[in-house]
Design a protein around this ligand. Structure first.
Ligand SMILES: [Zn+2]
Length: 68
């Protein structure tokens, strides 16, 4: 798995440099989740870890909620 593969196991697209997901998976995230991931503060890393943990657990992107 290259560093630029989309982290969603169900997806073989490539993410863009500086993006955490490919565009398709990003678009599939619920709006509040996208907004939460866009916040750059001391919890940003924790939010990203939740995203990756959910993806690794095969949670579909449209069901991932991040409430930090
Ligand atoms: Zn993807």
């Amino acid at each position: 798995m290259s560093a630029l593969d989309c982290p969603s196991p169900a997806c073989d697209a490539r993410r863009k440099a500086g993006q955490c997901l490919c565009w398709d998976c990003w678009d599939a995230l619920p709006g509040p989740t996208r907004r939460a991931l866009g916040i750059r503060d001391e919890l940003a890393t924790a939010r990203l870890q939740i995203l990756h943990r959910e993806l690794a657990a095969a949670v579909p992107p449209h069901e991932i909620e991040i409430n930090l």
